[in-house]
Design a protein around this ligand. Structure first.
Ligand SMILES: Cc1cc2nc3c(=O)[nH]c(=O)nc-3n(C[C@H](O)[C@H](O)[C@H](O)COP(=O)(O)OP(=O)(O)OC[C@H]3O[C@@H](n4cnc5c(N)ncnc54)[C@H](O)[C@@H]3O)c2cc1C
Length: 429
């Protein structure tokens, strides 16, 4: 039987494994296997919500093994480390640090991206990245520990002390902005859990951006509106501020004084993991992504497809498709069709990225643009925009679980949300 291996069960890979399992695994036309370093899936665009306790990863996670049982694919937990194209097998490291080789006929690489520190000194050592669910949980623990220790200081003083919890986030893209927007609410919730001196006034959050504005994917006017909203909430937006080094006490800009910080977060850009560069002689981009043809097959090996953030797919516009969940989803759909076409000796389809817009969630509101058929642009904001933002997540879930289960998930997640936040915070009280 044909062996199809998908490495990475993220926004693109899990949708693909589910679709291929349902189509080919169920009818024994192929053996479909998903490999991921984790045991469960959390949709990456919501990692800032995991980090701030808004999203309950226990209620919203999708267990790979369970998903595989229901959708006819196998799951292997392991970290992809290398590739042997001659013998057609991938090398993974399992949880006991043993190297295992897994054979394939068709391989799909969907391992996403990691933060790019652009070689800035001190960033690796002193900053927190928001690369996966484990990192998001670590950030949440760091924040809660900081809030708790700050509370102890306040408790020893009669009045509120002048010091604040300083959080500096480098990178004014969606990740940095959405994360910053959730922080005041997180502190308020902490205050409501028995720490009533804690409030968002004690938080000093800065978004630091090297270019002249945040959110380059959005029209200038929308980005400006979002900047105003952030500033009204007390979040500093420092543009034209290029960070040249990070030390334990804060970020050092090219010009001006140190930006002191208690918690330093880096969301300034992404790249494919370093080990992907030129792996097994495949062509790669400057950001380590594997270069693919319009069919999403690598330029040097037709048996290897690449989708999502780790794919470098040049578009007719002369630009590569962006590293977004939207692109990963669209690639998964084309890759699915092309694998089936390849097995049936039919012509393959070309991937053409369609930009359906971008919406930025700002905790209790959202703003952005929605594009119809990639063209006609509509500005959206407020509750309507927030609803679309939530709907995008539920659509991703529905493509994996079906509509009924998605509704059950949404209800369970809502019911557990308050309990979860309270339990997280009470734990520290
Ligand atoms: C906070 C935040 C907000 C975002 N907001 C948006 C948004 O609003 N809209 C949007 O379109 N995009 C957004 N993005 C970007 C989006 O999340 C990514 O572009 C998208 O998830 C990429 O999908 P993917 O399938 O390529 O990779 P991922 O979803 O990252 O999945 C990669 C998978 O590979 C696994 N993996 C990684 N390395 C290995 C390995 N060595 N071995 C085995 N498994 C491995 C991981 O565990 C993971 O399951 C956001 C990202 C972040 C962090």
């Amino acid at each position: 039987m044909v062996k199809i291996i998908i490495i990475g069960g993220g926004a693109g890979g899990l949708e693909l494994a589910t679709d291929l399992g349902d189509k080919l695994g169920k009818s024994n036309q192929a053996e479909v296997t998903l490999i991921d370093k984790n045991t469960y899936h959390i949709w990456k665009p919501l990692l800032h919500e995991v980090a701030t306790g808004i999203l309950n990863e226990q209620a919203d996670k999708i267990d790979y093994a369970e998903q595989g049982q229901q959708h006819h694919f196998q799951f292997i937990q392991g970290t992809f480390t290398n590739l042997n194209r001659e013998e057609k097998h991938v090398i993974i490291e399992n949880s006991n640090s043993e190297s295992i080789s897994v054979p394939y006929d068709t391989l799909v690489v969907a391992i996403g991206s990691t933060s790019n520190d652009f070689g800035t000194p001190g960033v690796k050592e002193h900053c927190i990245f928001l690369d996966d669910q484990n990192a998001a949980i670590r950030l949440r623990e760091t924040l809660i520990t900081k809030f708790a220790s700050f509370c102890s200081i306040i408790d020893e003083h009669e009045t509120t002390i002048e010091d604040k919890i300083r959080i500096a986030i480098v990178g004014g893209g969606a990740t940095g902005v959405e994360l910053a927007s959730e922080l005041p609410h997180m502190v308020e919730t902490f205050g409501n859990c028995g720490r009533n001196k804690m409030c968002s006034d004690l938080l000093d959050v800065s978004i630091i951006e090297a270019t002249d504005r945040i959110l380059p994917a959005l029209p200038e006017k929308t980005a400006l509106n979002i900047t105003n909203t952030l500033q009204k909430r007390g979040i500093h937006v420092l543009t034209k501020t290029m960070i040249t080094k990070a030390e334990s006490d804060g970020f050092y800009p090219k010009e001006g004084d140190i930006i002191s910080a208690d918690i330093m977060i880096w969301t300034a850009g992404v790249k494919a993991p370093d080990y992907l560069k030129d792996i097994a002689g495949l062509e790669s981009s400057r950001s380590n992504q594997l270069v693919v043809k319009p069919t999403l097959q690598t330029t040097r090996d037709d048996n290897i497809f690449v989708i999502g953030d780790c794919a470098y797919a040049m578009q007719n516009s002369g630009r590569a498709s962006p590293a977004t969940a939207q692109a990963a989803h669209q690639m998964a759909k084309i890759c699915y069709e092309n694998i089936i076409n390849m097995l049936n000796n039919k012509p393959m389809k070309s991937f053409n990225y369609v930009d359906n817009g971008t919406i930025i969630s700002l905790h209790d509101t959202a703003q952005g643009v929605v594009k119809i058929a990639g063209k006609c642009e509509m500005n959206v904001k407020g509750f309507f925009a927030l609803t679309i933002h939530r709907l995008l997540y539920r659509m991703h879930q529905a493509s994996l679980l079906g509509i009924l289960k998605t509704i059950q998930f949404a209800k369970a997640s809502k019911a557990m949300y308050k309990k979860k936040l309270a339990s997280l915070f009470h734990h520290q009280n």
